[in-house]
Design a protein. Sequence first.
Length: 490
Amino acid sequence: MHKSYLFCLCLSLLSLFVIGCSNRPDTPPAQEQGRVETEQNRTVTSVATEIAQGTDVPPTAVPIIEPTAVVAAPSELPARPNIILLMTDDQGWGETGYMNHPHALTPNLDQMAANGLVFTHFYATAPICSPTRVSILTGRHPYRTGCMDVMGCTLDTTEITIAQQLQTAGYATGHFGKWHIGRFGGRNAVTPGMSGFDTWVSAPRFFDIGDDTFVRNGTSIPPIEIDTSEFIVTEALQFIEENMAADQPFFAVIWYAAPHTPWDAMPEDKAPFADLSEDAQNYYGELYGMDRSLGLLRSALQEWGIADNTVLWFNSDNGAANRIPADGVAGLSGQKGSLQEGGIRVPAVIEWPSGITSRFVTDTPAGTLDIYPTLLELAGIESGLALDGISLVPLLKGEMETRPVPIPFWYERNLLEFTAQELGTSVWLDYPYKLHKTVTAEGTHYELYDLAADPAEQNDLAAQEAEIVNRLAAAQTAWQADVWQDFTSR
Ligand SMILES: [Ca+2]
Ligand SMILES: [Ca+2]
């Protein structure tokens, strides 16, 4: 079953690639499309098919089943684009329309995927919320900064955030939605306002309709009465509109709470899922409301004439929680909380019409640690900082077909503080090889998988590929020693 599902997904992704190779269809505003689809109650598959029908190449003409990284970007990317980071909360790798999920309805994200760059191997640094958020804002592995607590760590204020970098470089900066890396009150509060954001309309943790924890620039506001995704995007649009007038590039971070538990969707967002359980209606309804807000955002940017030079970078913060009985991880192993693929591989799309002019699908691995260095390069900032990710600008320009450095992961579910170097579970992703290392009081255990041949991590190669294990383990251990050094010198 896993294999057949993965095969279907490959076909689905490939059809996106085919879409990307053909002429761009004239499409109505995305939000309008989403509405039409609700009324007609069309299926996810039919939405994907209809996107494909806007092209000259029928999906059946797909000659191969592997995604291919092909891009013809401008040799010089436009300087200092507007930047919007969008992140869902617990949306699994398979839970999009463009991945042909059996229920998830994401027509606006599918449109972004048909217009931009789709990552098939994009990784959240951690399989849970807070450390991934720290990885985005600091560009460093969260363990370096002391962020360990799975219930919510606090951003170390000695770190230089990407918001501070862009603020110093003349960007207007705003944070909207879930924070979850610091309290908003008390002696040790760390707010978005203290972390480089000029404007913030944010909640300290997850939120749902009726939430009364939102704070706008330091002042509490009344409970939210509309869909929460629509609410934070509306606030972000107000910030963007104000800063457009100032003729200044902007950086907006929109961190959704959907589809995190508890689930509470608006009636119109639940309507397409009426045949499912109440929980599933609210779950997929939250996701559909999030997607509707993408339509609002994209329509406004187009109406204001700034869509072309605005980078929309969408991803989820960790793998599927899989509490709804449908395969959110699309045949991968593991889920939220695990360093198996299902816990860390997430949907990711970048839409930037003036920078990514040929739409394409890449299987080059990338992740949330790469966001910081990529944005620095896009904004023309030399930081001199030692970061754990790399700039993806060469990938955007078609100059990176294989990733030059591995991606590190390190996560221990019960760890509140480091007590020993190398403790816990860690992963060294040197694609296509993925090394799992588990350190307990009993000793060290390795597993090795070839993700290209075995994306579901079923066939452990550690015993037969000792040389590869040794090579990856040596690099991983050296990196862990460096992280340990940073942690202990904080
Ligand atoms: Ca999450
Ligand atoms: Ca929720």
